[in-house]
Design a protein around this ligand. Structure first.
Ligand code: B4P
Length: 197
């Protein structure tokens, strides 16, 4: 069993890479961005609350995200491993995730940090805006999301480096090449820990 976090700034390709990682390692994909967008699309009470945060490029409050995440994670059988995509995004979320996983004796194995330069992030998200229909893919919100990332999410790099779980991969290459980098990093951890994929 394997628990992976895919980490990186907005537009770094977390969602894109997660789609391939889940297939190769047979993991459950938990994307807080996807879960939140689903709530908005369904116009649920939570969706109505979170829409304003997302449209303004802000993080949704920790308690809302944590409640949704716990609920989603509890649906799956205990033997499955997860890839956490876009979560955690604050130190508090990371601490709460560690606590939740400790209770089930299934800690995070590896945190893959996908590194992409800022001008490339803008380029990708503006490119995606053309057909994503995402209300947060516009110039003002993209800039805000990157600022929020630097302030609230980037500190997680040290949090996981101190746990000895962080591995950085170059996210500037093509989707397939980035996936190769990630696979090598995950396989290295699997071998080190003697875990079968
Ligand atoms: P997310 O859904 O996580 O959005 P993201 O960071 O932009 O996505 P990602 O990095 O996955 O980019 P993608 O693969 O699509 O979050 C959205 C919002 O939800 C947040 O701003 C926040 O408000 C809220 N939220 C989510 N989680 C939260 C949490 N835990 N706490 C609080 N709030 C939370 O890639 C982007 C583009 O690049 C795509 O068009 C893709 O095709 C392209 N691309 C990918 N890889 C490429 C490559 N190698 N080369 C060229 N293009 C590439």
């Amino acid at each position: 069993m394997l628990n992976v976090i895919i980490f990186g700034p907005p537009g770094s390709g977390k969602g894109t890479q997660s789609a391939q990682i889940v297939k190769k390692y047979n993991l459950i994909h938990l994307s807080t961005g996807d879960i939140l967008r689903h709530e908005i699309m369904e116009k649920t009470p939570i969706g109505c609350v979170v829409k304003e945060y997302i449209d303004n490029g802000l993080l949704v409050p920790d308690e809302v995200v944590l409640k949704m995440l716990y609920h989603k994670a509890s649906i799956y059988p205990k033997r499955e491993g997860f890839i956490f995509d876009g979560f955690p995004r604050t130190i508090y979320q990371a601490e709460m995730l560690d606590k939740m996983l400790e209770r089930h004796n299934r800690p995070i194995d590896v945190v893959v940090s996908v590194e992409v330069k800022e001008d490339e992030l803008f380029k990708r998200m503006k490119g995606r805006a053309v057909d994503s229909g995402r209300s947060d893919d516009n110039e003002f919100t993209i800039k805000k999301r990157i600022d929020v990332y630097k302030e609230q999410t980037y500190p997680l790099i040290d949090f996981y480096r101190n746990q000895g779980k962080l591995v950085a991969v170059n996210g500037m290459d093509s989707v397939d090449v980035v996936f190769d980098h990630i696979s090598q990093a995950v396989d290295f951890y699997l071998n080190k820990k003697n875990i079968l994929p």
